[in-house]
Design a protein around this ligand. Sequence first.
Ligand SMILES: NC(=O)c1ccc[n+]([C@@H]2O[C@H](COP(=O)([O-])OP(=O)(O)OC[C@H]3O[C@@H](n4cnc5c(N)ncnc54)[C@H](O)[C@@H]3O)[C@@H](O)[C@H]2O)c1
Ligand SMILES: [Zn+2]
Length: 376
Amino acid sequence: MNSKLAIGQGDHSISVDLGDRSYPIHIGTAATGRFAAALQSALKDLTHVLVIHDAAVQAWTDALCDQIRTEPIRTEPIRTDITAVASGERSKSIAEYEKLLDWMLERGADRRSVVVAIGGGVIGDLAGFVAASFARGIRFVQVPTTLLAMVDSSVGGKTGINLSGAKNMVGAFWQPDLVWVDTLALQSLPDRSYRSGLAEVVKYGVIDDAAFFDYLDSNAEALVARQGDVLRYAIEQSCLSKARVVNEDERETSGRRAILNYGHTFAHAIEATAGYGKLLHGEAVSIGMQMAASLAIELKLCDPSVLERQTKLLQACHLPITFADADVTAMLPVMMRDKKVSHGHLRFVLPTKIGNVRMVGDVEEAKVIKAIEAHR
Ligand SMILES: NC(=O)c1ccc[n+]([C@@H]2O[C@H](COP(=O)([O-])OP(=O)(O)OC[C@H]3O[C@@H](n4cnc5c(N)ncnc54)[C@H](O)[C@@H]3O)[C@@H](O)[C@H]2O)c1
Ligand SMILES: [Zn+2]
């Protein structure tokens, strides 16, 4: 389904196969010099690029845009328009979305123009939704610059913005034409944000790929040190895992895609009750996966070694594994409101062993409480 081929020193390209919406993910280190060529090979008739970037990655954006402008293999220059978006979740708003659509119009964008999103998940979701809806949908390239965006949000085709009271409430499934990952972009990412992204990487090992989990376990130190080859492999395997799950359930109809929410029912309740912003998403996911593994053990779905191995790896990634302020009475109602609740019954993604999970419904509340309390 997904093929893998080497495309240059240390660069990898994997392909996400979704019929006529298939696209490549390039993963390299210090690959800026190859950006324009990759754009041109993924996008025929490239004449106009609209770059929407996070204000925090200005220098990175400048380097990529210079490359587009000076790439020697083209005779005709590519028109490039660039706009910066303020960093942070607040930019995933209707107001920012409207501003970007107006900007596109003013810059003469048409159906052949291409949106290039440079930034983390916020920019990818926002610019992706702009691309999905402008002129009923134009081409789109993701250049993720956070680890979370590289291994999660830029793969899978979900785009969207928030309403004031509801996260990700408005959006579209819109697949990119190319995802361009350069691990060098991560050098400027703060440690906490980088490690938070590692929680999602560990997640793929637990839900889908035992060999990958073993690899992470053996290479945790190099991973934390952001070593290029280990990082490229970890990103590649994470993207392959996500792509595999998405291939099976592109529009979240069969329920398979829900396995990507391992640890997330607990995590969302942790995030909401801790006060948004106190814990980063991946930190909450790390603690949430611990609670989910404990619940699985309590339900006799898996052996205690699953929790032991997961604990060891999360600790090696310097991720938190307990939540001292866990308030069960506050968390439970949040969990009941979670999207994953089906007709009033809590459903969880729980491991049966490292590399495999299943959906479990009708879990007794007392057992959920015990799992939360095990990680306070
Ligand atoms: N579409 C999906 O499938 C999907 C999946 C998971 C998450 N998301 C969304 O992704 C968003 C979270 O993404 P995120 O964690 O990347 O957050 P983010 O985009 O807000 O980036 C985090 C912070 O890092 C900064 N930053 C980005 N790149 C940097 C770099 N290279 N160096 C230094 N700083 C940098 C940003 O300015 C920001 O302050 C949420 O809105 C979430 O809903 C979407
Ligand atoms: Zn997540």
